[in-house]
Design a protein. Structure first.
Ligand SMILES: *[C@@H]1O[C@H](CO)[C@@H](O)[C@H](O)[C@H]1NC(C)=O
Ligand SMILES: *[C@@H]1O[C@H](CO)[C@@H](O)[C@H](O)[C@H]1NC(C)=O
Length: 192
């Protein structure tokens, strides 16, 4: 734990002096991509369903991750995007009436978003299993239970939008923190 904290501290230190070269202009690209994903998920189908998901939204996971280290938060975002991408590949989308091209672009966008967040991660850490379990349970209780019905895909689409909103908020808070830490450390004193 101590080593990990030191490492994150070091990373922050490096970021504050070398940024954005080292520490990534991940945010602007990420945030642009996040906007595209959110726009497409809303446009690729009709209005979002009023049905409630049988699996309650994991607000608790998001609350917990907000108190975690930045690196852990980035791992969480990357893993969430991976899980979301995979949700749409569990089974056949033939029952949905979504715009095929927008759906395709949406999935490409999620993939890019995941790559963008990965650019500044040196970590090979993986997300805790609660997150994976949540997505597994979600797929099981909606898609698998109904044999990939239209209604279950619409639920998945609505829940995906909620996740993308939450992930956007989380990324914005990381960015605000990084900006604040850069302001605190100020410009590097010149040595001569
Ligand atoms: C995407 O960005 C545009 C332009 O800044 C903004 O008007 C729009 O509300 C954003 N959409 C989402 C879903 O955030
Ligand atoms: C997709 O699922 C439908 C039933 O929902 C089925 O009729 C069709 O054959 C499946 N297509 C593929 C490629 O598995």
């Amino acid at each position: 734990m101590f080593i990990m904290t030191t490492w994150t501290g070091l990373l922050f230190f490096l970021c504050s002096i070398l940024s954005p070269a080292l520490c990534c202009d991940w945010f602007s690209r990420y945030s642009h991509q996040s906007n595209i994903s959110l726009t497409l998920i809303r446009l690729m189908g009709g209005p979002m369903t009023d049905e409630e998901s049988p699996v309650s939204f994991p607000y608790k996971l998001y609350r917990r991750i907000r108190r975690a280290e930045v690196e852990t938060q980035l791992v969480f975002i990357r893993e969430s995007l991976k899980q979301i991408f995979e949700l749409y590949h569990y089974g056949n989308l033939s029952s949905v009436n979504w715009d095929t091209s927008k759906t395709h672009h949406f999935l490409q966008s999620i993939h890019r978003q995941k790559d963008d967040v990965s650019t500044c991660m040196l970590s090979t850490k993986t997300a805790n299993c609660r997150l994976k379990n949540y997505y597994r349970r979600l797929a099981k209780k909606t898609l698998y239970r109904t044999g990939f019905s239209t209604a279950s895909w619409e639920l998945i689409r609505k829940v995906t939008e909620q996740h993308l909103d939450q992930l956007d908020l989380l990324a914005n808070s990381i960015r605000a923190l990084a900006a604040a830490s850069r302001r605190r450390s100020g410009p590097r004193p010149q040595k001569d």
